[in-house]
Design a protein. Structure first.
Length: 142
């Protein structure tokens, strides 16, 4: 009797908790580049840089990490700047650095329901020891 009352009084909490524990299809993805300690979705490197490692993570509609329904596909907008080679599972990749320029690295997957989740990151390759500037953006405060 006490157990039934406890469940009835906490039904909404129990349902919400179970929904969080059972991940859904990915709704959002983010991409991280790694160059020995710094992880970010945008990176600037010299054209002499060693290859970067990259990883993608997918989040469901509730913001919880989930797995992709299909193997993620990786691409580079300019393989002469950054050439990407995905791992067999599609969750990570190696990015070879080429000549100066900017390349957009994209990772996408199609869910079983036909929707897609996509992540993008930018790699800027600067020539040699060029002085590098950075522009940052902030959302306006209400």
């Amino acid at each position: 009797m006490i157990f039934k009352k406890l469940v009835r009084l906490n039904a909404a909490f129990i349902i919400e908790t179970l929904q969080k524990l059972i991940p859904g299809s990915p709704k959002l993805a983010f991409l991280l580049f790694h160059n020995g300690g710094i992880k970010m979705a945008s990176i600037t490197v010299p054209d002499t840089s060693a290859p970067l490692s990259a990883a993608v993570k997918f989040l469901d509609a509730e913001g919880f990490e989930t797995t992709a329904d299909d193997v993620p596909a990786w691409s580079s907008s300019d393989s002469t700047v950054a050439d990407v080679t995905a791992a067999a599972d599609g969750l990570s990749a190696e990015v070879a650095i080429g000549g100066p320029g900017v390349a957009l690295i994209s990772v996408s997957t199609t869910n079983d329901d036909g929707s897609t989740a996509e992540a993008q990151g930018t790699i800027t390759v600067q020539p040699g020891d060029a002085v590098i500037g950075d522009v940052s953006f902030e959302a306006p405060t209400p």
